[in-house]
Design a protein around this ligand. Sequence first.
Ligand code: PLP
Length: 382
Amino acid sequence: MTAFDIALYRPHIGQAEIQAVTDVLRSGWLSSGPVTEDFEGKYAAALGVPAAVAVSSGTAALHLAVLALGIGPGDEVVLPSLNFVSAAATVALCGATPVFADVTGPHDLCLDPDDAARRITPRTRAIVAMHYGGYAADLTSLARLARTHGIALIEDCAHAPVTDSVHGVLGTVGDIGCYSFFATKNLAMGEGGMVVAHDPALGDRIRRLRSHALTVSAQQRHRGGSSLYDVDTLGLNYRPTEIGCAIGRVQLDALPAAQARRREAVRLYRDHLTSLPGLTVPFADRPVEQSAHHLFAVLLPRGADRDALQDALRAERIQSGVHYPPTHLFTAYRERDPGEQAALPVTEDVMARQLSLPLHPGIGAAEVRRVVEAVSAAWRTP
Ligand SMILES: *Cc1c(COP(=O)(O)O)cnc(C)c1O
């Protein structure tokens, strides 16, 4: 499937996932049903929260978060530009304005609370923090900032399923936590996601918006509840499939072991790469236990030729990636905001030299050493 010996990501699907999917196919219930409910319950329990709402993608999770908070035209949402484009797009699609803030620095690629504070205006309704690569954003400062201004804190936890941090379990510190279970994520069900909300009323609202805002769900009707329903607001269909949730449930059980394998690979990467002159390993000062390790990111020296290094790695059949092209530089966002070019000096500096190296639970020590060797070789040949 891949032209690479060592891919950036590789899903780890075993016999248990295959069996779980087969069981669903034989059950006669394909859309959200008992497996989805059970997956929600187990995910909530893993986070230590009362409830979670499974959805069809991480983007659906973010969209529901913004909708449920009633954010719309005239409102602003502060978020990092150094992020996947999802969060900004969902804010803009709700008619609100994404306001981009900078990240902390080369050693911390998460939203800078001080810069976020500078971007807050009377129109700001929420902050979206993203836990880059699985490392916690400074939620303590961001939650304080949100409280001070009476605005919401949304956590984009696409890189950090069931991840503890010094601030608390990621996704449960802010008002709403949004997770992605896309094929390349640590917990992968192909397409899927989850939302948790601190306020149960907000969680209920998200649950209803997920399914056309029906006052009575299809499952409740199936169980013999009222067959009539009302619709009291505008909803969507962001339900996951039972097939996806069957995979998700198995992957949730397997997550602790998979995370341990990611940590081993990261230890090895750090041991070898932090000593390369000029190379920065972001977050290397944080304990290896304090991350979901979705990505292993390095920053090349300023002015280094990233394309040439990627070509050299490709020649060794090693895949690499860039996470992410900054959102504020995309055509759609420049055109939305032609007058006001946000100054994001840290984002622009680090993203010109960021490179993600292969990291997944199936990567072994020999493969990590091959990547390290290929990167080190590029250092020796100027
Ligand atoms: C993957 C990702 C998303 C979007 O999730 P989907 O499930 O692909 O919609 C959002 N934010 C971040 C940071 C991501 O990595």
